[in-house]
Write a protein that binds this ligand. Sequence first.
Ligand code: PBG
Length: 327
Amino acid sequence: MEMTKRPRRLRSSETLRKMVRETRMDKSSLIYPMFVMDGENRVQEIPSMEGQYRYTTDRMGEELERLADAGVDKVMLFGIPEKKDELGSQAYAEDGIVQRALREGKKQFPDMYFLTDVCMCEYTSHGHCGVLCGQDVDNDETLKLLAKTALSHVQAGADMVAPSDMMDGRVKAIRECLDAHGFINTPIMSYAVKYASGFYGPFRDAAGSAPSFGDRKSYQMDYHNRKEGLKEALTDVEEGADIIMVKPALSYLDVLSEVSKAVQVPVAAYSVSGEYAMVKAGAKMGWIEEEKIICEMAVSTYRAGAGIYLTYFAKELAKFMDEGRIG
Ligand code: PBG
């Protein structure tokens, strides 16, 4: 039989398969999301996210050490405060949980790169991502507090800030505020394309940040929409975002692919808590092979266009990359 094309030829050995891989990854692109909480000498497992913990600042060094050993040198901090109030004042308090974690973390781990999630929902008594005006979140009033929060993170040592609130104009507000205080070189990674998603469920348990009434659909995006994702991404680039994020990852690879083609800045994807929890639960039941799924999820995200990957599996992936199983 005459055949000019035999695609199987390049699949015939592991050596050859590795040589012709189209997607290559590196540990330097991994960011590990990490929860820090008020209090002392406590490490608490998050029930809906087995293997993930909340750390008090005096104990977070244990995890930072493990990350550094695995070759993961970037973390995204999420704060869980003891006290919450209407205006989320612990988000921008000088001695707030993230601010203290940053000072401590930077001192002990000068080579670790610290990003911070900038949002109000972990800090407000009502659990919404901004200031309320009646039942609605007041966009422009919230911008002031977000800018204040971002500035206080940077003053405490944050290397990069990542607003996740989905208010309009927040990148511009944060950029102006950081610049006015001399932090012209601190980058902003915007959670630009963030959908109102059921995949955040376990995170809200972890952070105690579920809204006490209603939902987040008046600020996070409707998942029926693709073009709107592009609009959000392009708007944030115009406002000065240095990196654009798409979130969640797995159900949004189409959006990720388009965004990565449309913008001229690096694109990140966040594999969120629900994605993690599903893998953990399936593996525990013996219904899926955890390692294979972790690798496939990661590679598909990079293949779709992500250059940066935020994942609770960062340590595992770093190991798989070291072992040459992926990458
Ligand atoms: C804060 C924030 C959330 C996540 C990241 N930043 C929760 C939300 O928007 O409800 C979700 C992360 C995850 O699910 O892993 N606004």
